[in-house]
Design a protein around this ligand. Sequence first.
Ligand SMILES: Nc1ncnc2c1ncn2[C@@H]1O[C@H](COP(=O)(O)OP(=O)(O)OP(=O)(O)O)[C@@H](O)[C@H]1O
Length: 654
Amino acid sequence: MANAILEFGANEHAAFVRSALAGDERIRASMDDVTIASWQRCHVRYGLDPDKAPEPVVVARGDLLERQERSRRLLEIARHEMTNLYQQLAGSGHAIMLTDSDGILLNYIGDPLFTDTAARVGFQTGAVWNEAVQGTNAMGTCLVEQKPLVIHKSAHYFKRNALLTCAAAPILDPHGNVLAILDASSEAQLAQQHTMVLLNMSAQMIENRVFFCALKDAYVFRCHSRAEFIGTLGEGLIAFTPDGLILAANRSAIFQMALETPQQLVGQRIDELFTIALPMLLKRAHSQGHPAFPIHETQSERRFFAKVQPPENVSPPARAPMPRPAANPTVAACTDRYSPFAALHFGDPKMRRNLEIIEKVLDRDIPCMLFGETGVGKDVFARAMHQASARRDKPFVALNCASLPESLIESELFGYKAGAFTGASREGSRGKIVQADGGTLFLDEIGDMPIHLQARLLRVLEDRTVVPLGGDKAIPVSIQLISATHRDVRALIAEGKFREDLYYRIHGISLVIPPLRERADRRELILKVAQEEARSDVPLEWAPAALDRLVNYTWPGNLRQLRNVLRAVTALCEDNRISLRDIPEELRYAARVQEPSEFAASATFNVLDFAERDALLRALEGTHWNVSLVAKNLRLSRNTLYRRMKRYGISPAR
Ligand SMILES: Nc1ncnc2c1ncn2[C@@H]1O[C@H](COP(=O)(O)OP(=O)(O)OP(=O)(O)O)[C@@H](O)[C@H]1O
């Protein structure tokens, strides 16, 4: 049963919770079982009084860093999905959070619209959000229940949290234990079904990626009762050794086999579970691109389709060599169907021009800088450059300078000798620069690199050698450097936050990746990405109004947002047909892109103008284009706001 939505003063809220605890049937009937069970735990097990919310608890910085380090791989995997989810919900005042299995907040991405509330309730990294400290709340209660749930407003145990609507989903490790909780919280009046769907998909995506990462040395049997679902979020995954012993299974595999936990499968033989001999299974794993094959479960005789993936470090049989581009490839070569650049654009003039420039600099050891708003595809572009270069058989190594605590960037980048500092691993670490030797180093968000490390990076680029922390020997390196940022580096230089000499050293050539709303090939990109996200060869059918709506949307989160919206749209649509009602509401009623805009055509706009335009668009979309409200929030007169909208080519929704 769904909880009743009630608004109370502080004392009334506590009285309401206490009455329910005392057995008031009327109140209990208005709340769902999960909430009532949690309230009882808070009262009986944790001895919490709904009248007396304890001060928020935050673990010591050292403890937090240790926890973040312990969960480093998980955080790397989750960061991408959290950013995706954040972009997807952009403008709706959400915070996206990840806790560890003790309920300690390890990562937080918050909408500026939500900052004050977040501070008030204590959403910050290191904060403890288990039930024992915060009473009933989505993250803490999800840790106990181990299933996706929403804690809405007055269902929170303490009044302090009752202004929130929070959705949480568990992320399980390959053995079925809770590894983390993913949460999306806001002050929304209604619990949005759409938010819950996206949150669950993100949690499942993280879970499956953790599975592959943790079991990269194992064979993975991928199965589903329908062939077209293999490779999607819903596929079953069962990891096994070369001897056929099952090591782990994901949630979907357990569900499809009608079991309760992965432990019921662990230790069994895969060739006894399914009707196939082990040598045949291993042979299929190594035959490249094999189609899904039908297979039966031995006991129930239920039919599945399956594919098998070999361990990451087992080299596949000799492959046909990739066609190598000419030493100085032409644009035609860059855009033919074999080229890594082929999928980057469908005729957009700015992207075409970018590739013409790349043609001239590729393989000439010129450092390249990519500018562009978040989600425009800078990482994808950098990878394509690497693939098109003569370095493509060597590593492509990426480091996001904004995603790591300052203390870790130095050791991550430059490496360290064994025992170089407290907590250093016994083997030491080579560091990203040495790992990228011979290949490409991609430094994302370089504008966030701490200033004292900038001097060290400059020395590496000048000397072409690197000295690991605690070491005294310089290691020679040859790297192609690509950096990216969405920040105004010139402004950072003016503020003394970025070294000018480094700036000139890293931007031999600079390219601006255009935002999606300014791309002439939006329609083609939407069709391509939708078909990829549908994960089916059956062509999607589009209602013209639905496609037009997406083509004309302003896409503040760019290609990342586009991919996420299309992931949800293609998952929710019926029979591969996309109609207007499959398009999320906030897109349906948002403003349309004005093109060609005075803004796009003008060469006089700088990065700050772009940032202001973006902020205006977000603010307008966040209020469903309520110009008066935005003017009030931004402390501008309506006329000033209209003037700025005109300047930036923003026109209200029709
Ligand atoms: N040409 C493209 N076609 C389809 N999808 C793309 C393309 N380029 C990027 N994307 C998608 O957009 C998302 C974001 O891409 P990417 O990480 O490269 O952006 P970014 O500019 O580096 O973002 P950030 O600045 O936030 O790091 C990814 O999910 C990627 O799949």
